[in-house]
Design a protein around this ligand. Structure first.
Ligand code: ARG
Length: 460
């Protein structure tokens, strides 16, 4: 077909390097289902507007359906000499139905065609990601429910800060993945306009009905400007940005799983199904899946930047640079989908060790703030003053190599006489987390309520 396009105009064959750099077939063949779907919608519109005959329309639709079946079954040979998926399909259509095939491209260009295919592909792709994210959220809610009251150290700067509940920590990710889903839904909403009818860039003189093709393909409406319709790939960038952010969230959870499952920490044990061994060290259990999820974040952000750099400074409207829009997007959706699936599996399979978490949660004077809060609450001290007093006590305990709760009442009272027995009771990590009942706080009761809210929301 490209030979055919060239025939009338060019007199020398394409150079081999030209052919190779021009070829998109090896990657854009992934768009075949969307390409056929959009071509059939375009064809129905051409018939409805009497631009082509009903008879030609019928044989085009039938031929395209057959091509889809051939490709589905693996019975189709893509030819890189034909440049891209669009020309491959058109070429095959010509073999199947003859000259009527040549009428399909009336009032259309590959520019509005590829923009349409790509939007359809991304729409589908992000719908799958949204579903997967929801499944991951459900897995986190399940684990969070089991561990609503399991106490673990909460960190800032990766230093023990205050005890928290493991359920609360897991639900933090549920919030993040919720916003990721919203970002994808917004990207979906923004991309859901149909470029068909823009043709090469200027529209067409044929009496087309872009509303019909838009509705037929499930788009909200046709794009409002033919130049914009074929020029922009912001919809792909938005999806890549959403994917990058979501991958970053996954990567943070992956990093925590790597830490938690390290023998040095021992908060969780990953199942055999998500661990690998070492080729030399027989004792090893490596969290490879978590590490790979962590790495995917870099790769996906690279995909985003890659397309952003392709698009920057391109003059309107279409330039062939834009053929390079597809691989980053394919790679990002595939990598993210895999990352979410692996993460969901790890979260569902991992076995937390509540004893180890509980023991670690008391380290590092993690309830010091509770004592300062007690002084403020019971004796109306300014918080800064309470902070100073408890700091002094921590210094004494630290010098002795003990926890705060191991100091005697006399030692407490030597620093501040107002401290009494009741103050010492609040130093346990259980009391600490139970007291964190402020909205969004870590208390087991709050976690249980949040779980119930998430269950309801995720069922809807
Ligand atoms: N394979 C091309 C792409 O992906 C299709 C559009 C070609 N348009 C053109 N004017 N050469 O961008």
């Amino acid at each position: 077909m490209s030979a055919k396009i060239r025939q009338a105009r060019f007199h020398v064959e394409m150079h081999d390097a030209m052919e190779r750099i021009n070829d998109a077939t090896h990657f854009d063949k992934r768009l075949y289902a969307e390409d056929i779907e959009a071509s059939q919608a375009h064809c129905r519109m051409l018939v409805a507007r009497n631009i082509i005959s009903r008879q030609d329309g019928e044989s085009i639709i039938k031929g395209l359906t057959q091509i889809r079946e051939e490709i589905d079954k693996g019975d189709f040979t893509f030819d890189s000499k034909l440049e891209d998926v669009h020309m491959n399909i058109e070429h095959r259509l010509h073999e199947l139905i003859g000259d009527a095939a040549g009428r399909l491209h009336t009032a259309r260009s590959r520019n509005d065609q590829v923009a349409t295919d790509f939007r359809l592909y991304i729409r589908r792709g992000i719908e799958t990601i949204e579903m997967q994210l929801k499944e991951l959220q459900n897995a986190l809610v399940d684990a969070g429910e089991q561990h609503a009251a399991t106490i673990m150290p909460g960190f800032t700067h990766l230093q023990p800060a205050q005890p928290v509940t493991f359920g609360h920590h897991l639900l933090a990710y549920v919030e993040m993945f919720e916003r990721d889903r919203i970002r994808f839904a917004n990207a979906r909403e923004n991309l859901n306009e149909s470029p068909l009818g823009a043709c090469a860039l200027a529209g067409t003189s044929f009496p087309i009905d872009p509303e019909q093709t838009a509705a037929d393909l499930g788009f909200r409406k046709p794009c409002g400007n033919s130049i914009d319709a074929v020029s922009d790939r912001d919809f792909a960038l938005e999806s890549l940005a959403a994917a990058s952010i979501s991958a970053m969230h996954l990567s943070r959870l992956a990093e925590e799983i790597v830490l938690w499952s390290s023998a040095l920490v021992g908060f969780v044990r990953l199942s055999d199904a998500y661990s690998t061994g070492s080729s030399i060290m027989p004792q090893k259990r490596n969290p490879d899946a978590a590490e790979l999820v962590r790495a995917k974040a870099g790769r996906i952000a690279g995909d985003f930047v890659s397309l952003l750099m392709v698009m920057k400074a391109l003059p309107l409207s279409y330039s062939k640079d834009m053929q390079e829009d597809k691989e980053p997007l394919f790679d990002a959706l595939e990598s993210l989908g895999l990352g979410i699936a692996a993460m969901r599996g790890m979260v569902g399979d991992m076995t937390p060790d509540p004893e180890a978490m509980r023991a670690a949660s008391a380290a590092g004077f993690s309830t010091a703030t509770d004592l300062a809060d007690w002084l403020v609450r019971e004796h109306a001290l300014p918080f800064r003053e309470a902070h100073r007093i408890v700091g002094e006590l921590v210094g004494i305990a630290e010098a002795r190599g003990t926890g705060l709760e191991e100091l005697s009442l006399q030692e407490f009272q030597k620093v501040d006489a107002r401290i009494d027995e009741s103050a010492l009771k609040i130093l346990s990590v259980e009391d600490s987390v139970a007291s964190r009942t402020s909205p969004g706080g870590t208390s087991p009761g709050n976690v249980a309520a949040a779980i119930a809210r998430w269950r309801k929301h995720l069922r809807a």
